[in-house]
Ligand binder design. Structure first.
Ligand SMILES: [Mg+2]
Length: 420
């Protein structure tokens, strides 16, 4: 396996991309390597360092405060001291007593993530995000206009660094799982190309647990069979693997061990609608109580709209009664919105128009569709719409929630429906 030496592990700086360009990489022949796996390095931590440049090169941990918090992200300097994500903060503090601990700013991470995904989409329309900070790209349609896979990967790394001030690592291969393994091997701030005809030489020395689908239990079973490397799996008769692991799992691992992974990169299709529903523990009759729940659901929908940078044109109410009879009502707005109070106002009127004041309600739902990007709506509001004060207030609440958790601020009437 290509070694990542200790010196590479601790160097993460803005100039790293340029310095490391061309470094690492199993081989040079990138023909047929049309799948990229791009993964940000220590994502939350490096985003935080943008506003704390004096902490660059130091052990930094991002995570919740108090002793019940967990590590969300850590710089490579902190990782070198044994800290890793999901570790209890109390343990991380003991391992890295000199580390600086920063609280997370989730809205910043979402914003950087959206920019990175937009950058990927400018390279190819076939982008499959795996999380906020990593994605597969199928670049087969971009080669003619943008150059070789290696050049495209280099340019993505340079752009992420220049535009976002953070570093990423890229794996370039002919299959998804090899591309993902390659980006992991290239970390941090690296690039690795695994040429199609060197896949087996790359894979076979790796430990079995690097294959997708090998968890602790499977690893134990493989160890019992004396199989420690991917090459060991490849050279075990398929029948033996199937007997030990089951047919599906045995065949799957055998295929992967020979570098065969037919899965294609699947572009993410954005939601066509956003909705939330709630089934009550006991059927409700009281209109004020039902309205309080409708406000809470409108709030969930509104904040998801704002987080996704979109506005909605049509609002739908769904009501299921105690006899399971279900009705829906909808209203299309004159102007699209992402304002919770506007969504709720429509929902409240739709519910009132049902005349269901004495009905026993089992479930209510709020959904919006006719989604579009927020930009147009923001311009509308600048032209003197009266509602922008509400939207600003709700955006402030979104930020508080991103920082302190969803329970920190609730719409007033949700807390006390009787106060209306
Ligand atoms: Mg990452």
């Amino acid at each position: 396996m290509p070694a990542i030496n200790a010196a590479t592990m601790v160097r993460v700086s803005r100039n790293q991309v340029r310095r490391s360009t061309g470094v690492s990489g199993v081989g040079q022949d990138d023909s047929g390597c049309t799948i990229l796996h791009v993964d940000m390095d220590a994502f939350f931590a490096l985003v935080e360092l943008r506003s704390r440049p004096e902490l660059r090169g130091k052990p930094v941990i991002v995570g919740g405060g108090g002793n019940r918090g967990v590590v969300l992200s850590a710089t490579y300097e902190a990782r070198a001291m044994g800290v890793h994500s999901a570790m209890p903060m109390s343990r991380a503090r003991r391992l890295a007593p000199t580390a600086v601990i920063l609280p997370p700013h989730h809205s910043d991470y979402s914003e950087v993530s959206a920019s990175i995904m937009a950058l990927f989409t400018s390279v190819t329309p076939i982008v499959e995000p795996l999380s906020l900070d990593e994605a597969f790209l199928d670049i087969s349609g971009s080669l003619r206009s943008m150059g070789s896979p290696r050049l495209i990967a280099e340019s993505i790394r340079a752009r992420v660094n220049d535009e976002q001030g953070i570093t990423c690592s890229v794996g370039v291969a002919s299959t998804k799982f090899v591309a993902k393994l390659a980006s992991t091997r290239a970390k941090p701030d690296g690039l690795m190309v695994v040429p199609a005809d060197e896949v087996l030489a790359f894979l076979h020395p790796l430990p079995v647990n690097c294959l997708w689908g090998v968890g602790e239990r499977t690893e134990e079973q493989l160890t019992r069979l004396g199989l420690r490397t991917v090459g060991d799996i490849a050279h075990t008769p398929l029948a033996t693997l199937r007997r030990a692991l089951g047919n599906a799992s045995g065949s799957h691992l055998h295929e992967l061990s020979w570098g065969r992974d037919p899965r294609s990169v699947t572009a993410h299709v954005p939601d066509r609608s956003i909705g939330a529903e709630q089934t009550f523990a006991e059927d409700l009759e009281d209109v004020a109580a039902i309205n309080a729940h409708l406000l809470g659901l409108s709030d969930q929908v509104g904040s998801r709209l704002r987080a996704s940078g979109r506005v909605a044109r049509t609002v739908h109410l769904k009501v299921r009664f105690s006899d399971f009879n279900t009705i829906t009502r909808s209203k299309t707005l004159r102007e699209s919105t992402d304002v919770t109070q506007e969504i709720y106002e429509v929902i409240r009127q739709l519910f009132a128009a049902l005349g269901a004041s004495r009905a026993r309600v089992r479930l209510v739902g709020v959904r919006v569709d006719g989604l579009s990007e927020t930009q147009g709506a923001a311009q509308q509001m600048m032209l003197g719409e009266p509602e922008h004060g509400r939207r600003d207030a709700e955006l402030a609440v979104d930020q508080l929630r991103a920082r302190f958790g969803p329970g920190v601020v609730r719409p007033g009437r949700l807390i006390d429906p009787a106060a209306e």
